[in-house]
Design a protein around this ligand. Structure first.
Ligand SMILES: Cc1cc2nc3c(=O)[nH]c(=O)nc-3n(C[C@H](O)[C@H](O)[C@H](O)COP(=O)(O)OP(=O)(O)OC[C@H]3O[C@@H](n4cnc5c(N)ncnc54)[C@H](O)[C@@H]3O)c2cc1C
Ligand code: SF4
Ligand code: SF4
Length: 397
């Protein structure tokens, strides 16, 4: 008996097991803590083939890409199109790579925000216009089941972008099904993903003010520049009409100053959740094997924080090629600026070890599970409690 993913707990929620199952009985849903997890609805139909466990990165200690397949080269990179660079989270290199591969006949699997479900989700863009919705980091876990199931293993070429854990499973799947030549895989430096319960609590707090959310943006360089771009921009039914993603490329990229954003908030509560490591996934704390120079992707992107570009306010992407295939993509890019640097410069400031939850984590998760309102007052109390815990720990030492 080979078993199936019911023996796996607190996993990456990448959805690759669902896409690999020939019986189509694996579904991805949120668990009680607000993280995606696979479920088998009709266990009697399972044939015990074990494929779901083979493709699962969580189920393997080693990453899919072996050390001998890796040859790292790294660059500072940005789009030469000022409008693209301004709209994207860092230098817009993720968008340029997708756009140029689509122009060469690829389809691009990326992440957009779905206002109906109020979640980040993967989708397949077949045109550059469709790819525009993927611009910008959505700092929440992405739901992948539908898009990954729609990918054809033969007869079509794809760029697939995702968190490093999603990409590690994806590489296992394309190896298993012997179709790796049809795929280019791109991940990004990944701090962690916060619980979707936090995102839901955040939206619940905003909706009385803005109405049902019609657009969410996590970063914005317009006001304070790239280094200080941690701004939540939210639109709702009370404040503006939803973005029409069917508008033309020129309208979406060039003419609209931004994708609207009526309510902009800096030092926002959501960032306290996310960057404060208040409600990150157990998988990110205990099982992430993708920090710094560790990846199963062909290409990695990120923000090039660090000293070398500290005066740049337009945005500089970190760009790393791990494989020959990744290097080929970079070498063929046009309309971008590339400056090769050692990895220590390109990845300066990136985490080398996993994020760790703060002391008040169980309390935060308890409150989120019970749907308690999370507002400024609660955060102040949690801050005070955290300070007390830190002091106590120092005293005990
Ligand atoms: C959860 C998360 C954590 C991150 N942590 C770090 C970090 O610690 N350090 C760092 O330098 N960079 C981090 N990034 C990446 C960074 O925010 C930028 O995405 C990156 O700099 C590329 O920017 P860009 O301008 O090239 O393109 P962008 O336009 O920002 O491209 C973003 C790409 O990421 C994909 N994407 C967006 N959100 C998600 C998601 N939730 N799940 C899967 N794919 C998604 C989109 O499809 C798009 O292709 C993180 C991103 C996410 C989503
Ligand atoms: S990590 Fe991904 S492949 Fe593994 S069980 Fe979880 S959802 Fe499935
Ligand atoms: S921190 Fe690691 S485990 Fe968590 S989402 Fe990112 S890549 Fe996956």
């Amino acid at each position: 008996m080979k078993g199936n993913i019911t023996q796996i707990h607190d996993c990456y929620g990448c959805g690759v097991c669902a896409a690999s199952c020939s019986k189509k009985i694996i579904k991805i849903r949120l668990n009680k803590n607000g993280f995606y997890q696979p479920y088998i609805d009709e266990p009697d139909k399972c044939s015990d083939c074990g494929i779901c466990l083979d493709v699962c990165a969580f189920n393997h200690k080693e990453r899919a890409l072996k050390p001998e397949e890796i040859n790292i080269r790294s660059w500072a990179a940005w789009s030469n199109d000022e409008k693209v660079r301004r709209k994207c989270s860092s230098g817009g290199i993720g968008f340029e790579i997708g756009k140029q591969l689509i122009e060469q006949g690829y389809q691009a699997v990326g992440c957009r925000y779905d206002i109906r479900e109020q979640r980040a989700e993967h989708y397949i863009a077949t045109t550059v216009e469709e790819f525009i919705a993927s611009i910008g980091s959505k700092y929440i876990q992405s739901y992948t089941e539908t898009a990954f199931n729609q990918i054809k293993r033969r007869g079509q070429k794809y760029l697939v972008t995702g968190t490093p854990c999603q990409i590690d499973s994806f590489r296992r799947m394309i190896r298993k099904f012997r179709c790796k030549e049809n795929f280019i895989l791109m991940d990004f430096y990944c701090h962690c993903v916060p619980s979707m319960l936090a995102w839901k609590a955040y939206i619940k707090m905003l909706e009385p003010k803005i109405g049902k959310v019609t657009y969410a943006s996590w970063r914005n360089k317009f006001e304070y520049g790239w280094h200080d771009s941690w701004l939540m921009g939210m639109d709702g039914e009370k404040t503006s009409k939803p973005v029409d993603w069917h508008d033309s490329y020129n309208l979406l990229i060039r003419e609209k100053k931004t994708f609207i954003q009526s309510l902009r908030s800096k030092g926002d509560l959501f960032y306290k959740f996310f960057l404060g490591d208040m409600c990150l996934g157990p998988q990110c704390q205990n099982s992430c094997k993708y920090k710094y120079d560790k990846s199963s992707a062909d290409i990695r992107i990120g923000d090039l924080w660090g000293d070398t570009y500290k005066d740049d306010q337009k945005g500089v992407s970190a760009l790393v090629a791990f494989t020959e295939k990744g290097y080929d993509v970079v070498e063929n890019l046009t309309n971008v600026s590339l400056i090769e640097h050692p990895l220590e410069i390109v990845a300066e400031g990136q985490m080398k070890t996993n994020a760790r939850a703060i002391d008040t984590y169980p309390l935060v998760m308890y409150a989120l599970r019970r749907g308690m309102p999370i507002d400024g007052v609660i955060f102040k109390l949690l801050d005070i409690l955290q300070m007390v815990c830190t002091k106590l720990r120092l005293m005990i030492k």
